[in-house]
Structures are given as C-alpha cells and as structure tokens.
Design a protein. Structure first.
Length: 80
C-alpha cells in the first residue's frame, strides 16, 4: 500500500520539481496542490509527490524576487 504524501500547509514556500518553479501553497484540491508564483500571478496545479520544501537559499531567492517586483510596482513601472 502506498504511503500518503504529507500535505504542506497553506502559505508554505515549496518547489514544484516537475516544473522547477518556486511557489506558495494556496490549497489542496483533489489530488493536486495549488501553487502561486513567488511574485504573484496565476496559480498552477502540482503533483504533491513532486513538491518539496524550499531550501534556505531558495527562500532567499524568493524574497529577492518579491522585493524586486514590489519595488518595480511602487516606482510606477509595470513588471513584465
């Protein structure tokens, strides 16, 4: 019998190893975990078996990315 994947709580920063993208856990729907990009944007569904906690280095990169986007928005130009 397969062991059940442990769910990451909402708000946890994780890596979708299938797409190699960082995202925040937004919820769990059916067999999928819903992730949102670090800088905001459209959520995507990921296979929970392919999601792992972000490392300290990845968390630092996420903070840099969010800061860069927030600074660009506050300075009046739109982030691509």
């Amino acid at each position: 019998m397969a062991e059940r994947q442990e769910e990451h709580p909402d708000g946890t920063l994780v890596v979708d190893t299938q797409s190699n993208k960082l995202g925040y856990v937004m919820g769990h729907v059916g067999p999928a975990v819903q992730l949102r990009p670090v800088a905001g944007g459209r959520e995507w569904d990921a296979d929970p078996a392919r999601v792992r906690l972000a490392t300290d280095e990845e968390r630092l990169e996420a903070m840099r990315e969010r800061t860069r986007v927030m600074n660009s928005v506050s300075s009046g130009w739109i982030f691509p």
